[in-house]
Design a protein around this ligand. Structure first.
Ligand SMILES: [Zn+2]
Ligand SMILES: [Zn+2]
Length: 438
């Protein structure tokens, strides 16, 4: 007898992905890491298992650094198919940017490091779910969370290391993969985003929300036809004038019409300067709508470094050096990555301009992180001692589970050697008890 309620057998758990059809859709990287956690194996073990099952060569050593599972490339397609086959969960390509491969250039900016939104992680925990990585965090042109209006950090606030999100063999989404500290702690330093950055993130969010409902991958020809219409409507059919409008070269626009595909940044420039939404531009879902130029940010707001690239300003150096001086003398420690973002120059340029000062800025940050982590440990030790005293007075034996019930995860997170700390606290209390006995 056939049982219709029985799901098909699969090699891996049929794990439902999170947020499909919303701007908060999960990335394939996240799905992969959660799947490994669910099977109690490391991400590396799961990678090897998939490679073996599919007959692929072993994955490269720096897999997580070199490969973007959520991108538009073929590797995203391969892994989405393999995981779909092994979990029997269909359309895992919806956790990647593959649906846009025909209309967005694959050379679009990729994020230099893995980022996250602490407020999103925090929300996941409050709602009782498992934290997960959003696909939007892996879109290189987006630096902010559209929902919370904050910049996406890329370094753990406890140990200061980048790549803390998923750059290791064992990944538990939401916790630093080096020191184990929760990444969902909202820091004041997570600067709020500008209106232009939030606009970009919201436009991309619309795409991600829509990708589950588009039937076939949008077509390049139809997209370029819409660009042609915009040029006719707004610039009397003159592509050179249109190129100026969107801050591009006219040869670039010509190239698109011949064979090329605009990058995501170019699409955002077109959308912002024509008043058509990014989604409408790529899918034509509101074709025929009259473009509206109200409430879209200017090019300079959207791409502050774009202008700079067009006319490099070498004389900036003294200004940057002055600001480096300020950072170097200030009590407020920042990482070199953060400093480079604040001063709007590449990290490498900071080192080139003043190697010693850049090193001091970095060392000050590391020292502050070390101090914070020490403070964190002291705070945990005090809390553990109080908890152990409570447990002993109630006649129970202090162990990790009992302590975890009394001390919050915030306080214990990221602290190494908890067992030893509990034993130490017990011994100390017993000792002081025997000393006070007559
Ligand atoms: Zn967020
Ligand atoms: Zn850390």
């Amino acid at each position: 007898m056939e049982d219709d309620n029985c799901p098909p057998r699969s090699a891996l758990y049929a794990f439902p992905p999170i947020g499909v059809g919303t701007a908060d859709v999960e990335s394939l990287t996240s799905y992969f890491c959660r799947l490994a956690v669910a099977h109690c194996v490391s991400s590396t073990d799961l990678l090897h298992r998939i490679s073996k099952t599919c007959g692929w060569s072993a994955p490269p050593k720096n897999f997580w650094k070199d490969v973007n599972l959520g991108g538009m490339g073929d590797v995203a397609e391969r892994y989405a198919c393999a995981l779909s086959a092994m979990t029997s969960v269909e359309r895992l390509d919806l956790l990647t940017l593959r649906p846009w491969r025909n209309v967005i250039a694959k050379s679009s900016k990729a994020p230099a490091t893995t980022r996250w939104c602490a407020a999103c992680f925090e929300e996941d925990l409050v709602q009782g779910g498992m934290p997960y990585f959003r696909l939007a965090w892996d879109v290189g042109d987006i630096d902010v969370c559209a929902k919370h209006g904050t910049r996406l950090p890329d370094a753990c606030s406890d140990c200061g290391r980048t790549g803390a999100r998923n750059n290791a063999a064992c990944v538990v989404p939401g916790w630093c993969c080096y020191c184990g500290a929760p990444l969902g702690r909202v820091q004041e330093a997570h600067a709020s985003a500008s209106a232009a950055e939030t606009w970009k993130a919201a436009q991309v969010g619309q795409l991600l929300a829509a990708q589950a409902s588009i039937i076939s991958a949008p077509d390049r020809g139809a997209m370029m036809e819409r660009v042609r219409k915009l040029i006719d409507q707004l610039d009397d059919g003159m592509s050179a004038r249109f190129a100026r409008r969107i801050g591009s070269n006219k040869s670039t626009v010509h190239y698109w019409f011949k064979q090329g595909v605009p990058t995501l940044a170019a699409h955002l420039r077109i959308a912002s300067q024509t008043g058509v939404s990014l989604l409408a531009l790529l899918t034509g879902c509101v074709d025929g709508e009259i473009p509206c130029l109200r409430e879209t940010p200017s090019l300079a707001e959207l791409f502050p470094d774009y202008k700079k690239r067009a006319s490099p300003r070498r004389s900036d150096s003294s200004h940057v050096e002055e600001q480096m001086d300020e950072l170097h003398q200030s009590d407020d420690a920042v990482s070199v990555s953060d400093a480079s973002r604040r001063l709007n120059v590449h990290r490498r340029r900071l080192y080139r301009l003043d190697n010693a000062k850049a090193h001091i800025i970095g060392a000050k940050w590391l020292e502050q992180q070390r101090h914070r982590s020490e403070q964190h440990r002291l705070e945990a030790a005090r809390a553990i001692e109080a908890a152990v005293a409570d447990i002993l007075s109630s006649g129970k034996a202090p162990n990790l589970r009992e302590v975890q019930q009394l001390v919050s995860r915030e306080v214990l997170g990221g602290v190494r050697g908890l067992f030893a700390m509990i034993q130490e606290a017990s011994a100390k209390i017993e000792e002081s008890k025997s000393a006070t006995l007559p």
